[in-house]
Design a protein around this ligand. Structure first.
Ligand code: BEZ
Ligand code: FE
Length: 288
């Protein structure tokens, strides 16, 4: 029989995994993964203590996940892997709104609202924000009946699923564009906030000397029949963390400007007090 050594082990493992499956894509993924994993272990000459520490880190990452918390997505996000996957699958085409990460706080089945309704169930900010725009195709033609699934933190820096004192679905909602492609909703102007640091991802950030802040943003998933679904954010112009997002997800085309408005007519139409913050941001979808 042959002995397994530092010199022959990688080759034997690759042969074992690569030669027995009928699925060519699986073969490509598993053999590439093992090639890089073995090269990494050899490169750093991993000690047994370090290997066990890594195993325990991944164990705690799994144990931190539940139906409201996804520590593995967060881990992928802070390591820049989610943005790499996004960039590979949604290359910049110069047309349509750019995508960015989904993040771990999306919850499907948010309440559906009439256009212009408020997603605030518990208000933390003094002032509200009106967010409006159009959903358009690559020729700038409005897309009627597009769905916009929106979510954000409240002005205390937490998502509803993180803060048990908050009503369920606070700062989440689904809106539909009208015949001119317009959407509108009332919310709070988002603030920059920290990704969760009380779990294994927090340990990683601290060990690396990285901060945990994300620049202020509103999440959107925009979808319409015949178009590719778009997962994106609108970031707030001027935010101090735009250049150092903990999850590497900022893109300059996704920065929106909030103006301070005292427009009484608009305020009356949306039943909001003046002054309010006003963001206008159009979304471009690509045909599928
Ligand atoms: C978010 O924006 O909700 C988010 C994205 C990545 C990691 C943590 C939070
Ligand atoms: Fe977010």
């Amino acid at each position: 029989m042959r002995d397994f050594t530092i010199d022959n082990l990688t080759e034997i493992v690759l042969e074992e995994y690569g030669s027995k499956t009928d699925d060519p894509r699986f073969r490509q993924i598993i053999t590439s993964l093992l090639t890089h994993l073995h090269a990494f272990v050899k490169d750093v000459e991993l000690t047994e203590e370090e290997w066990f520490k890594a195993i325990m880190f991944l164990t705690r990452t799994g144990q931190t996940c539940d139906d409201k918390r996804q520590e593995f997505i967060l881990l992928s996000d802070v390591m820049g892997v989610s943005m790499l996957v996004d960039a590979i699958n949604h290359p910049k085409s110069g047309k349509g709104t750019e995508s960015t990460v989904l993040g771990p706080f999306y919850v499907s089945g948010a309440p559906e609202y009439e256009s212009g309704a408020s997603i605030i169930k518990q208000q933390y900010a003094e002032q509200v924000a009106l967010v409006q725009g159009k959903v358009v195709d690559p020729d700038g033609k409005p897309i009627a009946g597009a769905k916009l699934d929106v979510w954000q933190t409240a002005a205390n820096g937490f998502y509803d699923v993180q803060d048990k004192s908050m009503p369920e679905d606070n700062m989440r909602g689904i809106f539909t564009t009208d015949t001119e492609g317009n959407y509108a909703f009332v919310t709070e102007k988002p603030l920059s906030y920290s990704v969760p640091t009380d779990g294994p991802v927090g340990e990683l950030l601290r060990a690396s000397g990285r901060h945990a802040m994300r620049p202020a943003h509103i999440h959107f998933i925009v979808s319409a029949d015949g178009y590719e679904s778009l997962t994106t954010h609108v970031f707030s112009e001027g935010d101090e963390y735009l250049d150092s997002d903990a999850v590497f997800a900022t893109k300059s085309s996704l920065i929106g400007h909030y103006s301070e408005s005292e427009d009484a007519e608009l305020a009356a139409r949306y039943n909001i007090p003046v002054p309010f913050s006003h963001l206008q941001f159009d979304m471009g979808l690509m045909p599928s």
